[in-house]
Design a protein around this ligand. Structure first.
Ligand code: NAD
Length: 500
């Protein structure tokens, strides 16, 4: 997406028409209770909109509609090539509305407008396009049974899928779910996070405008404890695909057990180790990657490289470079196209992160950069890039997911020790290692317990490659053809052959 540095984005916000109701059965509706909640711009602290606060009754309605559409077959049994065309038309409309979507994302969640325009919106559109393109290229299987039978192994859509997503990449996380779930022929009920519902609400309307059947995609904004829980416990939802905290992920497993044993797939938290071996031959690039790896998106990234593991012999040199890089990532007005970091999503999240910084100091870690709230006059919620040195693996700041711009530096003496520290966490989402030795790279990446390992880079990837975690970072994968597996069931059709 082209970023127009001269565009007055603040003025563009004033002209935005924000949609804030639920989207069920092809139209905007208020919550059955009439309740709403305030949607706040974290860059200014101002209320943007009153959003429908959906609860059980609204979820019931959305599921009823989604089920009806699924059974009708207007989407689930549509010729794959037609499904593809409709999804591509939807992606194309999203492209036409890219600036609007980017603006909504930025005022809703606080990330810099340049990131929304160049990362979130294009990556979301690309996800829909890629999954749409895949639909009519997937073949099923025939089992090697022998002449007396023909055993067909086919993938079938599950039915009604609910997607429950977080606030850090609201549109992208939604599209990682919607793309494969819809491509597979399911109907979907999407619940965006209460902190960031606006883009989800808008793209559902665009789907209908693009010709997707009414009711195939429904959006129920609302709180986790009400709308989210109603989804988790719903007897007629076939699967929940969730991205969010490990704590809430575990609740969804419980809800499934208490209700209809719906399938649950979980993309949860992380505490990514970013390892720099002493033979890393480009400390400048590694330092830049380490800075971006933790401070991009204000540190509100599930795979943020929040633990820097660096060989003791190069630690001082590396930290000097890292601090210089990080100081350039001070947060600024999210609507300024020059800003490289924005606001924390809510006041509460800001307080949570500041509290972790306090805990780090109390635990005896050495604060080397940042540590404070800044830009108070804006009314928004901004925190400086913060770096701790002399952290030990057992400290809370090294173990708990802070989900903010806070880096913990831990030094090591041997590769063995680096691997042990890297794996010393309940999480296993991602890991990275910098080394110029190919054997070290391969041996280390094999032993790192993580769903994604980066070698001599950080946070790279594309829609072609799966993303997801080991351990308490969850299970099931987003992105790539593998993502489609979690929205389908395998069916065996065994046909007796009575002639040879
Ligand atoms: P969260 O778990 O608080 O909320 C996620 C979603 O769950 C929201 O829609 C929320 O309304 C809902 N929810 C909250 N409480 C609920 C309840 N009791 N019952 C049912 N639903 C409930 O997470 P968050 O704060 O929005 O997002 C941050 C978390 O998401 C971090 O832990 C981060 O690591 C994780 N995340 C993971 C990935 C990944 O791919 N692994 C990607 C992005 C974010």
């Amino acid at each position: 997406m082209t970023i127009q540095p001269t565009k007055d984005w603040a003025q563009a916000v004033a002209k935005l028409k924000v949609k804030s109701q639920a989207f069920i059965d092809g139209r905007y509706v208020a919550a059955a209770s009439g309740k709403t909640f305030d949607c706040v711009n974290p860059g200014t602290g101002q209320v943007i909109a009153s959003v429908a606060a959906c609860e059980q009754e609204d979820v019931d309605r959305a599921v009823e509609v989604a089920r009806r559409v699924f059974e009708a077959g207007t989407w689930s049994r549509l010729d794959p090539a037609d499904r593809k065309r409709k999804m591509l038309a939807w992606a194309s409309l999203m492209r036409d509305h890219a600036e609007e979507l980017a603006l909504l994302e930025t005022i809703d969640m606080g990330k810099p407008i340049s990131d929304s325009l160049s990362i979130d919106v294009p990556a979301s559109i690309n996800t829909i396009v890629w999954m749409a393109e895949a639909i009519d290229k997937l073949y099923d299987e025939i089992a090697p049974t022998g002449p007396g039978a023909l055993s067909l192994i086919t993938r079938e859509p599950l039915g009604v899928v609910a997607a429950v997503v977080p606030w850090n990449f609201p549109l992208l996380m939604a599209c990682w779910k919607l793309g494969p779930a819809l491509a597979a022929g399911n109907s979907v009920v999407l619940k965006p996070a209460e902190q960031s519902p606006l883009t989800a609400i808008r793209i559902a309307e665009l789907a209908v405008e693009a010709g997707m059947p009414v009711g195939v995609l429904n959006v129920v904004p609302g709180y986790g404890e009400t709308a989210g829980k109603a989804i988790g416990l719903h007897p007629d939802i076939d699967a929940v695909t969730f991205t969010g905290s490990t704590e809430v992920g575990k609740l969804f497993l419980k809800y499934a057990g208490q209700s209809n044993m719906k399938r649950v797939s979980l993309e949860c938290g992380g505490k990514t180790p970013h390892i720099v071996m002493k033979d890393c031959d480009d400390l400048d690039t590694a330092a830049r990657a380490a800075a971006w790896g933790i401070f991009f998106n204000q540190g509100e990234v599930c795979n943020a490289g929040s633990r820097l593991l660096v060989d003791e012999s190069i630690k001082d040199e590396f930290l000097e470079k890292l601090i210089a890089e990080s100081a350039a990532l001070m947060p600024n007005d999210p609507l300024d196209p020059g800003s490289r970091a924005g606001a924390m999503v809510t006041k509460q999240q800001m307080s949570r992160v500041l509290n972790y910084i306090k805990i780090g100091q109390e635990e005896g870690a050495e604060l080397r950069l940042g540590g404070k709230q800044v830009r108070q006059n804006s009314g928004g919620y901004f925190i400086e890039p913060t770096i701790f040195d002399n952290v030990s693996s057992k400290m809370r700041i090294a173990q708990e997911e802070i989900f903010g711009p806070v880096l913990s530096t831990i030094s090591f003496k041997t590769e063995e020790e680096a691997i042990a520290i890297a794996n010393d966490t309940i999480y296993g989402l991602a890991a990275a290692v910098w080394t110029q030795n190919i054997d070290t790279a391969i041996a280390t990446s094999r032993r790192l317990r993580a769903g994604v390992v980066w070698v001599n880079c950080f946070d790279e990837g594309s829609i072609t490659s799966p993303f997801g975690g080991f351990k308490q970072s969850g299970f099931g994968r987003d992105k790539s053809i593998h993502a489609i597996a979690k929205y389908t069931d395998l069916k065996t059709t065994w046909i007796k052959v009575r002639k040879s």
